[in-house]
Design a protein around this ligand. Sequence first.
Ligand SMILES: C[S@@+](CC[C@H](N)C(=O)[O-])C[C@H]1O[C@@H](n2cnc3c(N)ncnc32)[C@H](O)[C@@H]1O
Length: 296
Amino acid sequence: MNKIHIPVLLNETIDSLNITPDGFYIDCTLGDGGHSIEILNKLSEKGLLFSFDCDQNAIDFVKEYYKKELSQKKNWVIKKGNFKDIQTLLKDSDREPNGILMDLGISSRQIEESNQRGFSYIEENEPLDMRMDTNLNVTAKDLLNALSEKELALIFRKYGEERYSNLIAKHIKKNISNINTVGDLTRLIYKVMPAVSSNKNPSRRVFQALRIVVNDELNSLEIALDKSFEILQKDGRLSVISFHSLEDRIVKNYILEKQGSGKGEMLFNSHIAPTDDEKKHNPRSASAKLRTIVKK
Ligand SMILES: C[S@@+](CC[C@H](N)C(=O)[O-])C[C@H]1O[C@@H](n2cnc3c(N)ncnc32)[C@H](O)[C@@H]1O
């Protein structure tokens, strides 16, 4: 087993939820359970924690890794599902949540132990799949096959903010019969992309765009924010950790809109970012932003 995912902004996130021991909390993005276990440890027997993830691998990992905790504490309920369906996932519970957490994107485990899903541009031999939930119908390879050059360029620009989206899309469609694995795509991008000074991988933006579309990430986020805020109890808190500007813009605008209409209040005046120390110990935290809204 590779290293466990290091929870990002852990103390700050737990503080933002203002946990009361008898309260009801929902972790919409279980991952390796780093935030969930911290919430659980703050709850009394009357407290309740629901944790969701749309990736069955994450659920299986946590059920095994936290076997002891799960057998001792009966107030931790883990369910597979997409957070946009939060209201359906909660249909058996008559309690209103005191706090809801979303830690967006993918975990280190999904990157490093992807089970042949090709989330990372480093895993050259993996297929271009990228589905967090393997019950979804469309893989990244399906998108490359089915979308036109124009449509591909549009998603690379819109969801990857990729400057060379037209050029990359053109070469993908020209070479589509030779693109099957992560390595096939990264090598092509490397070849066609003009030399850039950035030390970041040139495939990064295209991979982000494909992953967002395959998993319908931004629509799910918009739906989930609304449904989560709706079910929160008064003074309940919704905390969201985002990792790129597209996600963060949605979260920020949502919070500002609720604040503007007097339905919520933004905490921290804006957002919390990781300290230099956290970034040094966990480089994956570097772009994280934590935003919290309190329901009025
Ligand atoms: C950054 S990781 C969470 C890590 C976790 N907080 C921890 O400390 O271990 C994000 C997790 O959210 C899941 N996820 C992403 N989008 C989701 C969605 N729409 N519904 C449910 N789970 C989702 C991913 O499968 C992944 O396991």
